[in-house]
Design a protein around this ligand. Sequence first.
Ligand code: FES
Length: 98
Amino acid sequence: MVRVASDADLAEGGTLAVTVSGKEYALFRQGGNIYCLDNDCPHAGGPLAEGQVDSMAVSCPWHCWWFDIRTGDGLYGLGIGVACHACMIVDGEILIDV
Ligand code: FES
């Protein structure tokens, strides 16, 4: 697990892009929980951290493919998913499994 941000950096309903070893990840906080997906949409690389979040789904800002933020599963269409990573908060720090 790698520390990527402070707990205070990600408000409820918010998103945050973080970088580990040159690769970007998208963090989401919904319902008090934190979720982490690759920040590269599998269609053409759109930044999911800049997408619109609706409940437990995020739409890619480039061409509106939707993904479940809890699993990375693709929704409403081709069903192509994005990698999902375990994450946790320890001592006020957000850690992700990369
Ligand atoms: S790059 Fe994400 S839907 Fe096209």
